[in-house]
Design a protein around this ligand. Sequence first.
Ligand code: NAD
Ligand code: MG
Length: 386
Amino acid sequence: MARSVLILGSTGSIGTQALELIERSDDLAVAGLSADRSWEPLVEQARAHGVTRVALGDPEAAARAARAWPDGEVLAGAEGLVRLVVESGAELVLNAVVGAAGLGPTVAALGEGVDLALANKESLVVGGELVTQLAEATGAQIIPVDSEHSALAQLIDGEGAGTVERLVLTASGGPFRGRSRAELEGVTVEQALAHPTWDMGGKITIDSATLMNKGLELIEAHHLFGTPYDRIDVVVHPQSIVHSLVHLCDGATLAHLGYPDMRVPISYALHFPDRADVPVRTLDLVELGALTFEAVDVEAFPALRLAREAAEAGGTAPCVLNAANEVAVHAFLAGRLPFLGIPEVIERALERLGSARVHSFDSLYVADTEARALASELVAERGAPA
Ligand code: NAD
Ligand code: MG
């Protein structure tokens, strides 16, 4: 019997690559699909994969899809997305939604005890403690899709308790690696979207340019592996060949290598604990010649420092960090905020809102809403690029 997989965010970069892998595999089948607004490609995917039920975040898009696809059922809104998860009967949910909107489906899947292939790192940034507690309570597994965390999970697997001393996340450095703060003034959206090694959705590509992506991944790693923040390092590695490393207690360091291709970690998560063939080239080290590493320039890229500070503060601070980042990135992409305004808006939002205790998922939704409102004001105050 093929494993049935529900794909959330199926029209995005991770979602379409996952569908490609499922199409090639006899061991996997699609249980359902979802997107936010892109209803036409979603309906096309549903027809191609014999799916009878989909969800669209945007109610208007859902209404259009329902009219155009009378043979299928279209659920709408955030509630529709949660219903799709809860009623799908899937054995695995791939959450490839972008942003804090992914938290609801993450909670829904884990709450039902369904294993979760998690690309949506924001779920863990915003609600890490509650999300991991929920998984523990229901026995559902979280299998990371993020390349660094997939690498770390594979490296840590099989190591006894207490043998892993430090985790090292690698970062490509993004398109602006090597630039000073002054040289980041006035960079354009087009330049920021030109990632040197990975081809990804817009939001994560900007996060990679500011290095906030690595900040979010630091928090993600902490929750996935239970590692204290002072034992997680970040190193810049421009070739994106080493996906992450672990230092062990006996002086050995293990690394996970491969060409930058998200199909590898996606396939690992979809087939876990088995492995399947993925049509990628075998690594040729002679052709690569050299792999290089350097320290992060936190002066030019303060986002990583902000993430570390929010992470150490805990409570609602990572939720505020994430919400302010989403608002600022959105404003940058829309030409309403300069590139250097992104970390500025986040820093001010964190200063103003501080950290409160998290009692329940509701306190996270409240903190998220408040942070978005404040960040929007801060964006307007900062003004558009000159
Ligand atoms: P993307 O923008 O290409 O796709 C996002 C998908 O989510 C789309 O299908 C979109 O319709 C859907 N979506 C957006 N907003 C939504 C909402 N409010 N409600 C419901 N659905 C919504 O993004 P992506 O690059 O595929 O990234 C998805 C997630 O995976 C992100 O959390 C990202 O950080 C993570 N990730 C991506 C990559 C990559 O290579 N793209 C690598 C590592 C991690
Ligand atoms: Mg990553």
